[in-house]
Design a protein around this ligand. Structure first.
Ligand SMILES: *[C@@H]1O[C@H](CO)[C@@H](O)[C@H](O)[C@H]1NC(C)=O
Ligand SMILES: *[C@@H]1O[C@H](CO)[C@@H](O)[C@H](O)[C@H]1NC(C)=O
Ligand SMILES: *[C@@H]1O[C@H](CO)[C@@H](O)[C@H](O)[C@H]1NC(C)=O
Ligand SMILES: *[C@@H]1O[C@H](CO)[C@@H](O)[C@H](O)[C@H]1NC(C)=O
Ligand SMILES: *[C@@H]1O[C@H](CO)[C@@H](O)[C@H](O)[C@H]1NC(C)=O
Length: 423
């Protein structure tokens, strides 16, 4: 850009240059802040809500970032030691136009009223299909998609006839004010919730001691003391960043890898015909109990997964729970594709709560420098401290992958700049 102005004397050059400048300039990133519907939490209570058709920018756009946090009625951020944000998840779907009850699928129609639009992989069925998702780390984690990349949505050519695009926000939050065991409640320990059946009234396996099946919507964690008047109204406040779609945006695909994926290759080594079952959660045994771990008491869980396609990583971040000490994604030859390390808070205020993961480090590789080969076997590693037992922890890795590099757009400008320098 600077070079453009320096050639102001050379009229011919200026014409070429300003043309290039106008054509290739990054469009301005738009940003909007929305509130979810209200949810109510009392001491020890849990919400796990699915809000369909949330406010979201419409039209053919490229998402450049998405983040969310819990706020109270006055709009003040609520700290994690009061409302623990287990997770929020943003999912995309197509909704049948004029559906009579948008909250439910209408069995009278042959086609479902709502079709989930999953990310590019690699979990299947009902898990890991989201576009974005974070937990306690939400306030301190960068979700921005670097230029010139973007997550393409709202393309009318992709939306089936008779449908429109919609967005769903799932919020899972646990109120830990006045509870007996804050960590136990946030780790969804079944004894603290006095739960022996899951949300669908199915008995839990005897060895299931903690996790999402014990802290579903309306469950209650054990209180140390009960005080009246603690019930309050809360909201997710979410920020969407986007730009209007144009041909110079390079689309990226979203992949979420899960260290609990019980992956099996069905046929042959192409990696195409494989089944992924992502369990999302796992437990970490205490090193003193197992006597197995090394003296640093690290639980290191690893899994190898065949990547279905290939491309360049433009962004990466892991998701871990309290106790997490880092996660990494490696290529087949052992090179580090991205490593993501948690930051723990040190104070009381929202965004810096002691003992909680308040941010995850992210990867923004130099363009083109981190490549996954087609069908490459990746290793995902998730490390936790096993100084104490943890239930319901997670080891997810979220990457944005561009299948092609941006076109070399500077070719017009570079020779001009060289000429300028000689002047
Ligand atoms: C939806 O309803 C509007 C108004 O009633 C109608 O014009 C439109 O054709 C309907 N669309 C579909 C897909 O049924
Ligand atoms: C726990 O659940 C059992 C059976 O559902 C019930 O009888 C008991 O009162 C509950 N205990 C507490 C402390 O809520
Ligand atoms: C191997 O995979 C390819 C592509 O998925 C498929 O066409 C082929 O039939 C498979 N071969 C066997 C032996 O299953
Ligand atoms: C996915 O769901 C289908 C149908 O419900 C089921 O047959 C299949 O086993 C599931 N696959 C995995 C990996 O869970
Ligand atoms: C995870 O732990 C293993 C074993 O201690 C270590 O070799 C590895 O570097 C750790 N990885 C990360 C990402 O911290």
């Amino acid at each position: 850009m600077l070079h453009c102005f320096r050639v102001a004397l050379a009229i011919l050059l200026l014409a070429t240059c300003s043309h290039a400048f106008r054509k290739y300039r990054h469009p301005e990133i738009k940003s909007a802040i929305f509130l979810s519907p209200k949810f109510v939490l009392d001491q020890g209570s849990v919400v796990n809500k699915y809000y369909y058709n949330i406010d979201f920018p419409r039209g053919h756009i490229a998402i450049k970032g998405f983040n969310a946090e819990v706020v109270d009625e006055a709009g003040h951020p609520v700290p994690l030691h009061e409302t623990y944000l287990h997770h929020w998840v943003l999912a995309r779907y197509y909704q049948r136009l004029n559906a009579t009850n948008p909250e439910q699928d209408d069995p009278k129609h042959n086609q479902p009223d709502r079709i989930l639009v999953r990310n590019s992989g690699i979990c299947q069925n009902n898990s890991g299909g989201q576009y974005y998702g974070l937990g306690s780390e939400t306030r301190g984690t960068n979700t921005d998609v670097p230029d010139p990349y973007g997550i393409e949505v709202g393309n009318p050519a992709d939306i089936p006839a008779g449908y429109e695009e919609g967005w769903m926000l799932n919020v899972h939050a646990i109120d830990t004010r006045g509870v007996e065991d804050k960590l136990g409640c946030t780790e969804c320990r079944c004894d603290l919730y006095n739960v022996s059946k899951d949300e669908y009234d199915r008995p839990l396996r005897p060895d299931y001691i903690g996790g999402l099946r014990c802290c579903y919507d309306h469950t209650q964690c054990r209180l140390r003391e009960v005080s009246e008047g603690a019930k309050r109204n809360l909201y997710m406040r979410y920020t969407v960043k986007w730009i209007d779609w144009d041909e110079f945006i390079v689309p990226v695909k979203i992949y979420i890898l899960d260290v609990t994926d019980t992956w099996k290759q069905v046929d042959n080594s192409t990696g195409q015909s494989s089944e992924h079952e992502c369990h999302v959660e796992y437990d970490v045994e205490s090193c003193s109990a197992s006597g197995m771990a090394d003296n640093r008491c690290t639980d290191s869980k690893r899994i190898s997964l065949v990547f279905p396609t290939g491309g360049y990583i433009v962004y990466g971040v892991a998701h871990q729970h309290s106790g997490g000490i880092g996660s990494a994604l490696y290529g087949e030859d052992g090179r580090v594709l991205c490593s993501s390390i948690p930051t723990y808070g040190q104070g009381k205020e929202a965004g810096n709560e002691a003992g909680y993961i308040v941010g995850m480090s992210t990867c923004y590789p130099q363009p083109g420098s981190v490549k996954i080969n087609v069908g490459e076997t990746l290793i995902l590693e998730s490390n936790y401290s096993s100084a104490q037992r943890h239930t319901g922890v997670m080891g997810l890795f979220y990457i944005l992958v561009a299948e092609q590099l941006p076109k070399p757009r500077l070719s017009l400008r570079v020779p001009i700049a060289k000429k300028v320098n000689k002047v």
